[in-house]
Design a protein around this ligand. Structure first.
Ligand code: GAL
Length: 440
């Protein structure tokens, strides 16, 4: 049995601790104690002009969460015109390329969505494209509201570089409760296979919904499977470049994934995660493996699906006790055209009110620990509890554990694997990219 992963290991896995001088000395704590985390200190209602916010939140649920933040911003800064520059494509499959082009041309938006960890630090901070937001963090008293583990993965070289809006869970299996009926949801891979076979023979032709456009969804299968087969310590070492993707546990995972493909909708390469969630909602499929933004999808439908009544969830089979974290944050690019408006945006994103209005729609739990739980559905409340005690492991598919060049190489390899199911070729290709991109 692998040694338990400590919170410190989680931070290390996200690559942010190296070089980070931890803040929170006497002065910072004093400020934190005085701060109330509200958004009132930035310019009040005097701001004017526009605010361009870049994200990839265009799907049901996620776009509603974004709209809630915009609404709150405009309640506080009614003279600012918000420009929603979202680019469609789950996990930023299209948006990240657009953002890169703009950043390279020194045409940044005022603020943009970026995952905590490597995606933030390895891509933008090290390239000197971001402004540190340490003083905003202190002004807002976030040291007393956001767990240090989360602060650490948005910190680098002693400064803070973005504000976490939420924590998503990546290791979840979602199901249509009406289709599942009295059956129990699976807790192991074998139980999942049995259930898939059972429901297929009952006439649910493709019981496992997949939308693999961009292939990052298959990367979630991989990381969840590796976590199930190896445990959190193994997972962390592997994604830190200290293991080998040609190891038996990775190959076992790929072998299991090949079996899962027998149960997925044949048009999966043309669908994204939301369309796959739609197959579950309509009862055309029973399960989908997805982050809890799928919950945001289900609850945003008309009529809305009710958590634990119309749809349910279990942790990805075999990963109980671990929490794959996907942390969406917003930062301040150097040269933001409307810098004051952008700072005010960060204050809305990090505020108690902002997190209370955003997260129930988005499907995530707040990054702040002081948000009243009453605004949240029972699944979110359960996840909030588990987040406190589970082993936290950063997602590679969503840019926290590994740098973007590795994550996108994994997506390409898994896109090919979905076609040829060649376990050895995929394992070797993954290992060669790990050697190239993951520092050991
Ligand atoms: C993730 C992101 C989530 C959600 C998802 C699907 O990368 O962290 O907030 O938007 O993609 O688009």
């Amino acid at each position: 049995m692998a040694a338990p992963l400590t919170r410190r290991d989680f931070v290390r896995g996200s690559g942010a601790l190296a070089g980070a001088v931890l803040l929170g000395g006497g002065a910072a704590e004093l400020l934190a104690a005085c701060g109330n985390g509200s958004t009132s200190s930035s310019g009040g209602g005097n701001l004017t002009g526009s605010l361009e916010i870049f994200s990839w939140w265009t799907g049901p649920g996620e776009k509603d969460g974004l709209a809630a933040l915009f609404q709150l911003y405009n309640q506080q800064h009614s003279q600012v015109k918000i420009v929603n520059a979202a680019v469609a494509g789950g996990a930023g499959s299209q948006a990240k390329a657009v953002l890169t082009t703009r950043m390279q041309a020194n045409q940044p938006p005022d603020s943009f969505q970026v995952h905590a960890g490597q995606e933030l630090t390895a891509t933008w901070v090290k390239a000197n494209k971001m402004e540190a937001i340490t003083s905003t963090w202190k002004d807002m008293g976030l040291d007393s509201a956001i767990p240090k583990d989360l602060k650490d993965i948005v910190s680098y070289n002693g400064d803070v570089w973005s504000i976490p809006a939420n924590v998503h869970r990546g290791n979840a299996l979602w199901f249509n409760l009406h289709t599942l009926g009295n059956a129990s949801p699976p807790t192991t891979f074998d139980e999942l296979m049995t259930s898939l076979n059972t429901f297929k023979s009952k006439g649910v032709q493709h019981p496992l919904a997949l939308g693999s456009q961009g292939n990052w969804q298959i990367a979630m299968w991989l990381e969840n499977g590796i976590l199930a087969n190896g445990g959190p310590d193994y997972y962390n070492k592997l994604f830190q470049g200290k293991g080998s993707f040609t190891d038996a546990k990775v190959k076992d995972t790929l072998t299991q994934m090949a079996q899962l493909f027998d149960f997925v909708n044949p048009d999966h390469t043309t669908l994204d995660w939301d369309a796959a969630s739609g197959l579950v909602a309509k009862g055309q499929a029973l399960y989908t493996i997805m982050g809890d933004w799928a919950k945001g999808y289900f609850t945003s439908l008309t009529p809305a699906m009710a958590p634990n009544q119309d749809f349910g969830t279990v942790v990805h089979p075999g990963t109980k006790g671990s929490y794959v974290t996907v942390v969406d944050t917003f930062g301040l690019p150097k040269g933001a055209p409307h810098r004051d408006n952008a700072v005010a945006w960060l204050k809305v994103v990090g505020s108690e009110q902002g997190q209370e209005q955003f997260n129930p729609k988005k499907g995530s739990i707040p990054a702040r620990t002081d948000v009243p739980t009453s605004a949240f559905d029972p699944i979110a409340q359960q996840f909030m509890q588990e987040f406190k005690t589970d082993k936290l492991v950063p997602s590679s598919a969503h840019g926290s554990a590994t740098p973007p060049n590795f994550s996108s190489a994994v997506n390409d390899i898994l896109g090919q694997f979905a076609q040829n199911k060649d376990v050895n070729a995929a394992a070797q290709a993954l290992q060669s990219k790990a050697q190239q991109f993951l520092a050991s």
